[in-house]
Design a binder for this molecule. Structure first.
Ligand SMILES: [Zn+2]
Length: 363
């Protein structure tokens, strides 16, 4: 069975505003969350010759009722109202442009489409190249370039329709997956896991001590890694903390909130991962999905702010999902992989061991 690739030109037609507010002595600059990186991912997939071997999936807009499984109706109405006017702020670092509502609903709906394609058996697994990202959006506000919590909406939808009982979300975007975490914080049937740079964004969330609450206690796992972490730390975090948690939880489907912003060139983080890191993370996610949920794996695009480099991180993910190599080679691999700091360092190992202790309680 083939791998699905969900994409749509309109994902590149939304702007979420500038990273920093402008002021009298702040010279304007292009938005960090540029569509360029994700468009270049699609360009490289096409240029690589991979497209004919993938099943192309077309998104639809999530309905208000579908969005309302995660977001308040007041917030959804606010996004719609601003979108119909001149746009405006929907949360910190998130300024919606006019006409943005439909594209945000298309991003959440795209994740629903990708989930359905996998659950229907139309494809074995899928990569949803959605934009804007979703994992920072909370019930009643956007945050960090995210308007609707795309993956959370898809998880809630699949569960509401009885298509799955238990879902695990693995978020390896370099920033904390706060929106996904809070959406299911008291839910024992959704295991939310986030590997991220410790106290990066949002600065006050993503601590190891956030383990879920009520019936959901023990079903949220944060793996905050120190700034400067690279290939060794990420692979070890996945292997030692994340995979055992997934094996113990035994989900019916695994979703990956896949940011590429832990790469060495990203301007919004301080990690040094490279293309082969993302290949290995995907390999591990696929292996555990094969073991616990018949390979049902949906990888949904989140952040990534180094437009020239992230296509080389995305290709290994798609190659691993599909089991098919292309001729694409990461032109920066020698440079990045030979940087110091890729071996697992003692302070990183301590952080991973602490997360492994928390993961032991899942099951
Ligand atoms: Zn991010």
């Amino acid at each position: 069975m083939a791998t699905g690739l969900l994409h749509d030109e309109r994902y590149f037609w939304i702007e979420l505003g500038n990273f920093l507010p402008l002021g009298p002595l702040a010279q304007p600059f292009p938005a960090m969350d540029s569509p360029d990186g994700k468009r270049r991912i699609l360009n490289l997939i096409r240029a690589s010759g991979m497209m004919p071997h993938l099943v192309e999936l077309a998104p639809r807009e999530a309905t208000v009722d579908e969005l309302a499984r995660v977001h308040t109706r007041d917030y959804i109405a606010l996004v719609k109202r601003l979108s119909e006017g001149y746009g405006g702020e929907v949360g910190d670092f998130t300024a919606l442009c006019a006409g943005g509502y439909e594209i945000c609903a298309l991003a959440a709906g795209g994740c629903i489409t990708a989930f359905d394609a996998v659950l229907d058996g139309e494809v074995e697994n899928a990569f949803a190249l959605v934009r804007p990202c979703g994992h920072h959006a909370e019930a009643d506000r956007g945050r960090g370039f995210a308007v609707f919590s795309n993956v959370a909406v898809a998880v809630a939808d699949a569960r509401a329709r009885g298509r799955v009982e238990r879902v695990a979300v693995v978020d390896w975007d370099v920033h904390h997956g706060n929106g996904t975490q809070w959406a299911f914080y008291e839910d024992p049937d959704v295991l939310t896991i986030s590997i991220h740079q410790d106290r990066l964004y949002p600065v006050d969330s993503g601590a190891l001590s956030e383990i879920g609450a009520g019936a959901g206690e023990g079903f949220n796992l944060n793996v905050p890694l120190p700034a400067g972490s690279g290939h060794g730390a990420y692979v070890a975090a996945m292997e030692r903390a994340v995979v055992p948690a997934l094996e113990a939880f035994k989900p019916d489907l695994i979703a990956v909130a896949c940011g590429f912003d832990a790469n060495a060139f990203d301007p919004l983080s301080h990690m040094i991962c490279h293309s082969e890191t993302f290949r290995e993370l995907t390999r591990q996610a696929k292996a555990v999905a094969d073991h616990v949920c018949a390979g049902r794996l949906v990888v949904c695009q989140e952040g990534g702010y180094a437009p020239a480099y992230i296509p080389y991180c995305a290709i290994p993910v798609i190659e691993t999902l599909s089991g098919r190599r292309t001729a694409v080679e990461d032109p920066m691999f020698e440079f990045v992989s030979n940087m110091g700091g890729h071996d697992l360092l003692p302070h990183q190992e301590r952080a991973i061991e602490a997360a492994r202790e928390v993961a032991r309680r899942i099951g």
